[in-house]
Design a protein around this ligand. Sequence first.
Ligand code: GLP
Length: 245
Amino acid sequence: EVLIVDTPEEAAAFAASAVLDGLRAYGTGNPVLGLATGSSPLGLYAELAAAAQRGEVDFSAARGFALDEYVGLDDTHEQSYRQTLIREVCNVIGLPESGLNVPNGNGETVAQIAEQAAAYDEAIKAAGGVDVQILGIGANGHLGFNEPASSLRSRTRIKRLASQTREDNARFFDGLDQVPTHCVTQGLGTVQEAGRLVLIATGSHKAEAIAAAVEGPLSASCPGSVLQLHPDAVVVLDEAAASRL
Ligand code: GLP
């Protein structure tokens, strides 16, 4: 389902409704939410916070599963996705830190990080699966940190970051050389197991990636195109992000 609205604010409101409907449809108890970092979902999180204040939803016993994390950043580093999600999601919507799960990008060896990544997929399963996965999309079509050429059936694993992605994210660090080179990301196969996917994109810089994801061929060269395989994927766009459709 593709919803096109006039403004980013409306997109946030529609995406939040899609998340709440999805929690009602797929939730079997306390919400299990798949969380994305990035600027795209910030308005959506604000709308979820407002819904929680109105008593329409309660995240106090919810669990959150992050899409991805950098390799080699301490989990107290302010740019780690754990700290980012605590600031931008947990503290906003009232999801306790104890309910937040983030892939572990630290370990003594690469093999240890790989084992932790496999255990992360098991933890999602043990929680009963993600009810609703919130997604943004990278300008190159990436989902989470699944860069172009990621296997459409991939599981949570270590990946090298594309140079474009490192450049895009350098603004959060003291220079490009401080941006980690690798990450641990949920796989495209992992993401597709969520009950509902809700992707939000706004702005003309996302228009090309959205056109490829929504109307292009199903292809590993645009990881976002996996949404075409999902039985309940909702894509919410403002006019600018929809301008190439
Ligand atoms: C990051 C994240 C993605 C996110 C993307 C877009 O690299 N790993 O999950 O969707 O960037 O970010 P933004 O929403 O700020 O454009």
